[in-house]
Write a protein that binds this ligand. Structure first.
Ligand code: AKB
Length: 316
C-alpha cells in the first residue's frame, strides 16, 4: 500500500482515515474523493477530487491518472437511511462497491471496504457472535453488507484481487458526525452532554450493541491492510469490536466526568427494530489471531478522551 484512492472521504471514517494515511504515506499519496466538497482538511490539505461512486469511468480514470495501488471504498448509505430508501441504498451501496471492485480488478489494486455488525440478523447468535455464523439480516443495509462480503470474497477467489475488510461496530468520534446510522446515538450523547448536560436516547435502555472509538478503527484498517496476506483466512469481514454497550453504560461513563448529566428515553421504533436485530456482542478472536487486532480504548478511556476533545471543538 503506497498510493491510495479513497471514496466517501468526507464521511465519518473517511475524514479521519484520509488524514491518518496522509500522515503515514505522504500527503500526495492519498487521493480523497467524495460526491461533494466541504470545508475540511481532507479537501484543502492534499489531493481531492469530486467522484460519484456510481460513475465507473471517472473512478477508473482517477485511479489510472493518479497511479494508485490501493482503493479504499467507504462511500455508502448507513442503516437507518438505507431503511428509509431501500432501492436507492441498493443502487448506491452495491453499484458503488461493484464499480470499485472492477477498478481494483482492472488495475490490480489492493482493496478495502468496511462491512458492519449490520450484516447479522435476528437468527444470528446474539452474544459472542462468532466470525462464521448465520447471516440472515432483515434490513436493506444488512442485505447490502452480506452481499458485499460475498462479492469481495468472490473477487479474491475468482480474480485474485487482494480484498480485505472488517465488520465495524458503531464508531464513535469527535471529528465528523455519522449520518443516518442506528448507533449514532452513541456520538450524539457526548455532544448533548457538553451542550445541555442531558440527552434523550432514541435507543431503549438495555439495548446492547458493539462500539469502537475511531482511533482504534483507523488503526485496525491500516493494520489489516499491512498484514501478511498469506496469514489471512477470512480476508473480508473480520469481526472487530472494543466494547458492548447500552445507553445506560454511556450514561454512567459520562457521569464520571459530568456528575449531573441526565439520560432519558424516547424510543424510535424504526431504529430500535434495527438495533434489536443486531448482536449484543461480537467475538473478534479471528481478527486478533490472524492480524493482531487489539483495541486500546474501553468505554471510560474513550469517554474521557471524547469529552476532552469535544470541549475544545465546541469552544468550551
Ligand atoms: C450504523 O449504525 O448503520 C453503522 C453500522 C453499525 O454499520 N454505524
Amino acid at each position: 500500500m503506497n498510493k491510495i484512492l479513497i471514496t466517501g472521504a468526507l464521511g465519518q471514517i473517511g475524514s479521519e482515515l484520509t488524514m491518518a494515511l496522509r500522515e503515514k504515506y505522504g500527503k500526495n499519496n492519498v487521493i480523497a474523493t467524495d460526491i461533494r466538497e466541504a470545508d475540511s482538511p481532507v479537501v484543502t490539505q492534499g489531493p481531492f477530487e469530486i467522484l460519484d461512486v456510481q460513475d465507473y469511468d471517472k473512478m477508473l480514470d482517477l485511479a489510472k491518472n493518479y497511479e494508485v495501488d490501493t482503493i479504499m471504498h467507504l462511500a455508502a448509505l448507513l442503516s437507518a437511511k438505507a431503511e428509509n430508501n431501500p432501492k436507492f441504498a441498493w443502487d448506491l451501496n452495491m453499484g458503488g462497491l461493484v464499480n470499485a471492485l472492477e477498478v481494483a480488478r482492472e488495475l490490480e489494486l489492493q482493496f478495502f471496504t468496511p462491512s458492519s455488525i449490520g450484516a447479522f440478523g435476528p437468527s444470528t447468535p446474539k452474544k459472542d457472535t462468532p466470525q462464521d455464523t448465520i447471516q440472515r439480516p432483515t434490513t436493506m443495509y444488512g442485505v447490502n453488507k452480506v452481499s458485499g462480503e460475498l462479492l469481495c470474497d468472490y473477487y479474491y477467489s475468482r480474480f485474485g484481487v487482494d480484498t480485505r475488510g472488517v465488520r465495524f461496530p458503531g464508531l464513535i468520534s469527535y471529528v465528523t458526525e455519522p449520518g443516518g446510522g442506528t448507533t449514532d446515538y452513541a456520538v450524539e450523547i457526548y455532544y448533548e452532554a457538553l451542550k445541555n448536560k442531558s440527552y434523550t436516547s432514541y435507543i431503549a435502555e438495555g439495548t446492547y450493541m458493539d462500539m469502537m472509538y475511531m482511533p482504534d478503527a483507523i488503526n485496525a484498517i491500516i493494520q489489516l491492510m499491512e498484514a501478511d496476506g498469506d496469514k489471512l483466512e477470512h480476508r473480508n469481514a473480520f469481526n472487530v469490536t472494543a466494547m458492548s454497550a447500552a445507553p445506560e453504560d454511556f450514561e454512567k461513563a459520562i457521569q464520571k466526568q459530568i456528575p449531573d448529566f441526565e439520560l432519558s428515553y424516547d424510543v424510535d421504533s424504526v431504529r430500535q427494530k434495527i438495533a434489536d436485530s443486531w448482536p449484543d456482542s461480537i467475538d473478534a478472536d479471528c481478527a486478533s489471531k490472524e492480524w493482531g487486532f487489539k483495541p486500546e480504548f474501553d468505554i471510560d478511556k474513550m469517554t474521557e478522551d471524547m469529552l476532552d476533545k469535544l470541549k475544545t471543538k465546541l469552544g468550551q
